[in-house]
Design a protein around this ligand. Structure first.
Ligand SMILES: O=C(O)[C@@H](CO)OP(=O)(O)O
Ligand SMILES: [Mn+2]
Ligand SMILES: [Mn+2]
Length: 556
């Protein structure tokens, strides 16, 4: 778009009025799937969401929330919070990190870029450390990308490589960590055969080591720092496959929560602490769970935990993880440039916005991976801290009620035009694989929606309820014909990950113009169509390059 024809001013919608408060509710991990015992949303009592569904097809419809509809490489890629909220907030489909990294690796351009040149300066004297999530989940990272990075780095002069693995079990089945470590070990032994000193140096489960987010629990990052940088951990092994197998059976931890370990040599010395002169790459492309480790690795002034020793390193992220903080300052692949998001437009057009978050999904992701406000005089972001130190199945209601109360109060205050929330229960509890707890979680989310819709009813407002991707609606791995797939022991395999299912969008409320209904002429509607829809509900037309609105106004 040329700068001359660009304007922040949104045209008035020809038919829809301004001034109605709009609640935008995003249910996390809430897809639509056939009803059976593994569909926790179906099993749970969810009268509010059930009643919205009765509004189909005019006020309730399904939209795509995975794959190419949200900028992922293929339609085999499940959706996730980052790409889902990016699309919801940006109103356009951007090629996402996963795809940008694929392209840069396929063309080899990644090895010619500034970020790689920067870390390459350490290859002569120092070790290259690669830290990230080891799986093929495709939400935060991908094994095949790590493999290409390993090969490319060694072809470009890296002589000593240490991989610090984080085991998954959240985007992939629990227990698959063993196989991924075996595959990586095999790759590394091939590098060793070529004379490159390459091995795994440390590890731990993603939810317990390193990959915390939104500054929820710095201890998680500290456990990673101790193992990766200092070479210290409560568990020591000479071999990573053995480490993962032993820790799984002896501590009963699953892949997500494996305790930290370091790999040691014959004299019990850690094989890969990070020291002065080394290079470090965090190879996850997804932002939220890399921001905290990036701060620890990059910031000179850092007071979140005692780093004990701060090595002078060259550090690059796979991507830049925070566009506002420009963090990290070096990166291998440029992130998608998600600009002119709906949040920024609406604020510039006078829409006073309240966002309540337990995680930064409806702020950071919504605004295109940008922390902070657009205009502090018109926006208020409230944070409800999450429970830390427990898995979410222990308290499946999480903070749904508190979030709903904050949203309700914001709606009733009359101070805001848009009140935006994310209700994480279906997703966060769904990831634990605990079916009973997930049913409780879905009920709690439904009750929270009711509280918000009741407030909208009171003030004569409008609501739009949707979700960012599926999870709780399907908790079992299925075969091609859709039946639960049994493992070798004849048992069902619990699905802890997101799904490929579509998600609902529902609109309503007393303030909704009586002629508004969902169009049926939008080709393959997806999450990116929601932003234009919300702009319409505020009485504006969306910018021309936004994905089309889902609604039309008929004369009644
Ligand atoms: O927890 C996370 O990091 C991902 C799964 O890897 O879930 P979501 O995309 O819902 O945040
Ligand atoms: Mn999510
Ligand atoms: Mn999730």
């Amino acid at each position: 778009m040329g700068s001359s024809d660009f304007s922040w001013t949104l045209p008035d919608h020809p038919k829809l009025p301004k001034g109605k408060p709009v609640a935008v509710v995003v249910l996390d991990g809430w897809g639509e799937a056939d009803a059976d015992q593994y569909n926790c949303i179906h099993v749970a009592e969810t009268p509010t969401m059930d009643s919205l569904k009765k509004g189909a097809p005019e006020k309730w419809k399904l939209v795509k929330a995975h794959g190419t509809a949200v900028g992922l490489p293929s339609d085999d890629d499940m959706g996730n919070s980052e790409v889902g909220h990016n699309a919801l907030g940006a109103g356009r489909i951007f090629a996402q990190g996963a795809k940008l990294v694929d392209t840069a690796l396929a063309s080899g351009k990644i090895f010619e870029g500034e970020g790689f040149k920067y870390i390459k300066e350490s290859f002569d004297q120092g070790t290259l450390h690669l830290i990230g999530l080891l799986s093929d989940g495709g939400v935060h990272s991908r094994l095949d990308q790590l493999q290409l990075l390993l090969n490319g780095a060694s072809a470009n002069g890296a002589k000593k490589i240490r991989v610090h693995i984080l085991t998954d079990g959240r985007d992939v089945l629990d227990g698959t960590s063993v196989g991924f470590v075996e595959t990586l070990e095999n790759d590394l032994s091939q590098l060793r055969a070529k004379g490159i000193d390459a091995c795994i140096a440390s590890g731990g489960g993603r939810m317990y080591v390193t990959m915390d987010r939104y500054e929820n629990d710095w201890d998680v990052v500290k456990r990673g720092w101790d193992a990766q940088v200092l070479g210290e951990a409560p568990h020591k092994f000479q071999n990573a496959v053995e480490a993962v197998k032993t820790l799984r059976s002896e501590t009963k931890a699953n892949d997500q929560y494996l305790p930290p370990f370091v790999i040691v040599d014959d004299s019990d010395k850690a094989v890969g602490p990070i020291v002065d002169g080394d290079a470090v790459v965090t190879f996850n492309f997804r932002a939220d769970r890399m921001v905290m480790i990036a701060k620890a690795l990059e910031y000179e002034d850092f007071d979140k935990f005692d780093r004990v020793r701060v090595p002078k390193i060259r550090y690059a992220g796979m991507l830049q993880y925070d566009g506002e903080l420009k963090l990290p300052s070096h990166y291998l692949v440029s992130p998608p440039e998600i600009e002119r998001t709906s949040g920024e437009y609406l604020v510039k057009n006078g829409i006073r916005t309240f966002a309540c978050r337990q995680f930064g999904h409806v702020t950071f992701f919504w605004n295109g991976n940008r922390s902070g406000y657009f205009d502090e005089t018109k926006e208020e972001y409230v944070e409800i801290p999450s429970d830390s130190g427990i898995t979410f199945n222990v308290k499946p209601k999480m903070k749904a009620l508190e979030i709903a109360e904050k949203a309700r109060d914001a709606i009733l205050s009359g101070k805001f035009d848009q009140v935006r929330v994310n209700l994480p229960n279906g997703d966060m509890v769904g990831h634990t694989g605990d079916i009973e707890a997930t049913v409780v979680a879905c009920k709690a989310a439904d009750e929270a929606v009711k509280m918000i819709l009741d407030a909208i009813e009171q003030v004569g407002g409008i609501y739009l309820v949707t979700a960012d991707h599926g999870n709780a609606e399907d908790m079992v791995k299925r075969n091609k014909s859709g039946q639960p797939q049994l493992d070798k022991k004849g048992e069902i395999q619990i699905l802890t990950s997101h799904t490929l299912q579509p998600v609902p969008v529902a609109i309503g409320g007393p303030g909704l113009h009586s002629g508004v209904r969902f169009r049926n002429d939008v080709q393959t509607p997806g999450l990116a169509n929601v932003a234009a829809t919300v702009m319409n509900l505020h009485g504006f037309e969306a910018p021309a390059d936004y994905e089309p609105t889902l609604i039309e106004v008929v004369d009644k």
